[in-house]
Every structure is written in structure tokens, then in C-alpha cells.
Design a protein around this ligand. Structure first.
Ligand code: BG6
Length: 507
């Protein structure tokens, strides 16, 4: 990157600097951006948290996180020596104005050292109950007064439902301009998710067939093998619908379904995405069971080892009715998508870690070949592989070598790894760099977040009543039987993610 394209001098202030997100994601991302030469020449991080640490201790804490979680592995000593001086720490009480006065002093001292004003990027890696308090305190300390120079990054979850998200939006926009607020959804920073835009709008061949006339259905699976790890306290109040569907899976759906933007202006792209969310047919409140299925894992086996059920996990109520699996069917009511179902599913403790979206095309209108020539017809399927084996795959029928016709499905595939031979940046690297530059394209605008909550609201209401059949799937499987029934009613089935196929393509 040429130096003039680097962001201007910036101080990143991390609220919640002692927490897990900072150690696992934010500091490794900043370090990798530094190694790749993307950070401003004048750059500093100030970590804020309650726990007593001085600058040196914070640097050691940061180093441990980076050594463990950086995509490049442990830091090299020479690189680390250049990066570490940028890190500082302040013990803070997020509710006390004195902490903000102290922060203001540190920021002013930095600017004096640099001999120039700096941009401020405030990152809220804290419990959502403190979002509003911190924003208010920053406002009162006049640290977000200049919309050109100060930005606030807000982590998920952004609200628990439509009403709380709207209330949070109101309080934040009392203090900051909308363009200062960067609501993060790390799925939007994934290279393979961003690439959906490139695939659709930098190529012409698929666009003419990208609609209801040629597409039969769209399936989006984001499966996790892990359980809830050490996050029982958070997860038991969230559940799969809030944790994954309302944000990550709806974002992927939006990118697949949106109309071509006129330009890559942040508001233009976000408005086109919003149009999709607004077109999603509301799920009738009395028919939620026909559109949505929930599940909770019981004990089972993952990678050959026995694992406990959800209710036996730490910090989870022994009679919890929180869902760890959700599958839903949505329709997008517009000209392009009328009648095409979008099936979304996600869950913890499923059979594998895999995220992919399949666009399944309609079958051929007439079978020219005799039944003896075909063992199984497979409709054309375009697979956007989000993770692992990142890439894109197009499945079609081909004639096998040999006499006569013997048709089998085969794949044309593009793999990031094999094509580019370099590691894909972490989502947080992309998003932090965009936030440093002030580019909000990959961040959520208030209306997008609220409309996404409105989409899931009928399901939230129905699921407020406890499920009688929990747990209803064993850890290490593909979720409850009702998820299969959801598609079977439409004469369809969940497709095995292609990343899990061994050998030949499967039906
Ligand atoms: C987070 C959820 O937003 O996304 C987690 O809170 C989930 O529960 C994670 O595990 C999945 O992200 P990724 O990048 O591992 O697919």
C-alpha cells in the first residue's frame, strides 16, 4: 500500500481490553495489519478495562493473545519490538467520568507528541448493557464531538429484539451522527462473504439467470462443531436465532438476493441490502411452526469423544429452553425472488464446522437421455464456500469416459488457497481497516439492524414459550428431525455441504 492510502494518524481505544474478544481477535488483527503495512504511520492503541495492569503488563497480555491466535503464528521478536510501543493501558471504570477525563488527557498527550490531531476509533468490546453508558460518557467528555475524526465501533449483539435495538439506536444517535457509528457483523468482513458481491457484480454470466425463472431454492448452512465453549452466561440468554440468524445468516442471504448497486458508495450498497430485508415476507404469527424449527443438543459424540448436552454445560440452566439450533424458511417478495424459498440453518454441536450457501437451479425441463444413462440427476448447483476450503464450486452433469452416455455430476471449482497461495485475512482485519479509513460499507446501518430484528420477531414471540421436546438432537448430528421435515414438506432436502463430500459429488 502506498503511504498516502494509509489511514490518517489514529488512536484506537478499546473498551474491554482485558476481555476475550480483544485477546483473540482485535489485537491479533491489529498486529497483522501492522505487519502488512496497512496501519497509519502514527498509530496507538489504548486499552481500557477494570483490571489493574500497567502498559508493560498489557503488552505482555497482548503478546500472549497474538502468539496464540494470530493467523501468522507467534510474533517474531524484531516485529514485536516495533509494534509493542504503540500499546498502552489505562485502568478504567466505564461508568465514572474521571476515567474519561483521564483518557482525554492521554489522547491529548499523544497528539502533542505527534504534533498533529489524531482520529479516534472507540471500540466497544464490552457487555451490551454498557454500550449506552460509554457512548454517553464519551459524549460528555467531548471525545466524539467531531464526526470527521471520531468513530464508535459497536460489537454485537446490537439489541435483543426490535424494541431494544431501536432504543439503543435512539440513544446512540442522540450522541453521535449515524456515520460515526460502525455496527459490526464479522461475517461481512469474511473474504468469502465479500466475494459474493464481486462474484455477482463483476461478472456477467450469472446475472441473467439469477432469479426465480432459473433458481429453484437457496440453502445457507452455517454449522459449528463446537458447543458454547465458556460462553454459557451469554449464550443461554441469546440462543441461535439471536446469535447467528438475525445477523450472520441474514447478511449472507442479503448479499445473494440484493439488486446490483449503482456504485460502491456505502449508503448505496446498504440501501440495496435493506431492500432485501424489507421484502422478506413476514412469517405469520400463527404459522411459525411451518417456517421455523428450533433444537437443543443433548449429549453425543464429536470427533469420537463423548460430549455433554447443552443443559450440562457450565453457566447453563439445567432446565434451559434456549435453542442451540435454528432452521428457517424465508421468501423474498419481489420480482426477482417471488416463490423461491431461502432455507437457513445453523447450530452448535453439529456434525461439522462448515459454512456454505448453495444456489440450486431448476432441473432440466425435459430429460433427453434415457434413464439407463443417468444414475442420478443432480440439478445445477452453485456453491459459495464461506469456510473451510474457501472458494466457489459449480456442479453440472457430464458424460463419463466410455462408450455411450453415462452421466454423472462433476464440479468446476475455484479455491482461494490454490489460486492465490496466500492466507486469507481475518474478518476483523478487514473490518478494523475499513473503520480506520471511515468506510462503513461493510458495517450495519440502524435501519438494516432493525429490519433484521423485525424479520425474526414473529419467531422470537413464538419461541418465548418453552419447547417441550428439548433436548431434541444429539451432539454431533445435523440437528432435530423436524428440520428435515421442514424441507420434506416442500419436496426438498438439506444438501450435504460440499466441503464434507468425500470423493464424487453427491446428490
Ligand atoms: C459469533 C457468535 O458471532 O460467531 C458465535 O456469537 C459463533 O456463537 C461465531 O461461534 C461464529 O463465527 P465464525 O467466524 O467462527 O464462523
Amino acid at each position: 500500500m502506498t503511504p498516502q492510502l494509509r489511514p490518517p494518524p489514529t488512536v484506537v481505544v478499546i473498551f474491554g481490553a482485558g476481555g476475550d474478544l480483544t485477546r483473540r481477535k482485535l489485537l491479533p488483527a491489529l498486529y497483522n495489519l501492522f505487519l502488512d503495512g496497512w496501519l497509519p504511520e502514527r498509530f496507538a492503541v489504548i486499552g481500557l478495562d477494570r483490571r489493574p495492569m500497567d502498559d508493560e503488563q498489557f503488552r505482555r497480555h497482548a503478546r500472549e493473545g497474538i502468539d496464540q491466535f494470530s493467523r501468522r503464528g507467534p510474533a517474531q521478536e524484531a516485529d514485536w519490538q516495533k509494534f509493542a510501543p504503540a500499546l498502552g493501558y489505562q485502568v478504567a471504570d466505564f461508568t465514572a467520568s474521571a476515567s474519561y477525563a483521564q483518557l482525554a488527557g492521554r489522547l491529548a498527550a499523544r497528539e502533542q507528541d505527534w504534533g498533529s490531531p489524531a482520529n479516534y476509533l472507540f471500540y466497544l468490546a464490552i457487555t451490551p448493557t454498557l454500550f449506552e453508558t460509554v457512548a454517553r460518557q464519551l459524549g460528555e467528555a467531548r471525545l466524539v464531538a467531531d464526526p470527521q475524526r471520531s468513530r464508535l465501533v459497536v460489537e454485537k449483539p446490537f439489541g435483543r429484539d426490535l424494541a431494544s435495538a431501536a432504543a439503543l439506536d435512539r440513544s446512540l444517535t442522540d450522541i453521535l451522527a449515524e456515520r460515526q457509528i460502525f455496527r459490526i457483523d464479522h461475517y461481512l468482513g469474511k473474504q468469502t462473504v465479500q466475494n459474493i458481491l464481486a462474484f455477482r457484480f463483476a461478472n456477467s454470466i450469472f446475472e441473467p439467470i439469477w432469479d426465480r425463472r432459473y433458481i429453484d431454492q437457496v440453502q445457507i448452512t452455517v454449522a459449528e462443531e463446537v458447543g458454547i465453549e465458556h460462553r454459557g452466561g451469554y449464550y443461554d440468554r441469546a440462543g441461535a436465532l439471536r446469535d447467528m440468524i438475525q445477523n450472520h445468516l441474514l447478511r449472507v442471504l442479503t448479499l445473494i438476493a440484493m439488486e446490483p448497486p449503482v456504485s460502491f458508495d456505502a449508503d448505496e450498497v446498504r440501501s440495496k441490502k435493506l431492500d432485501v430485508l424489507r421484502a422478506i415476507r413476514p412469517i405469520p404469527r400463527d404459522q411459525v411452526d411451518h417456517f421455523a424449527v428450533r433444537g437443543q443438543y443433548g449429549p453425543g459424540t464429536v470427533e469420537g469423544r463423548p460430549v455433554p448436552g447443552y443443559r450440562q454445560e457450565p453457566d447453563v440452566a439445567s432446565d434451559s429452553t434456549t435453542e442451540t439450533f435454528a432452521a428457517i424458511k424465508l421468501y423474498v417478495d419481489n420480482w426477482r425472488w417471488q416463490g423461491v424459498p431461502f432455507y437457513l440453518r445453523t447450530g452448535k454441536r453439529l456434525a461439522a464446522r462448515v459454512a456454505e450457501a448453495s444456489i440450486v437451479f431448476r432441473p432440466v425441463p425435459h430429460r433427453t437421455f434415457p434413464p439407463s444413462a443417468v444414475r442420478h440427476w443432480v440439478p445445477n448447483r452453485l456453491v459459495l464456500r464461506i469456510q473451510p476450503d474457501e472458494g466457489i464450486l459449480l456442479r453440472f452433469m457430464a458424460d463419463m469416459p466410455g462408450p455411450g452416455f453415462t452421466l454423472e455430476p462433476v464440479d468446476l471449482s475455484f479455491s482461494y488457497e490454490q489460486t492465490f497461495h496466500k492466507a486469507i485475512p481475518e474478518a476483523y482485519e478487514t473490518l478494523l481497516l475499513d473503520a480506520l479509513k471511515g468506510d462503513a460499507t461493510l458495517f450495519m446501518r440502524a435501519d438494516q439492524v432493525e429490519t433484521a430484528w423485525a424479520v425474526v420477531a414473529p419467531i422470537q414471540e413464538a419461541w418465548a414459550a418453552p419447547a417441550a421436546d428439548f433436548p431434541n438432537y444429539a451432539a454431533g448430528t445435523w440437528g432435530p428431525a423436524a428440520a428435515d421435515a421442514l424441507l420434506a414438506r416442500d419436496g426438498r432436502h438439506w444438501l450435504l455441504p460440499t466441503a464434507l463430500e468425500k470423493g464424487r459429488p453427491q446428490p
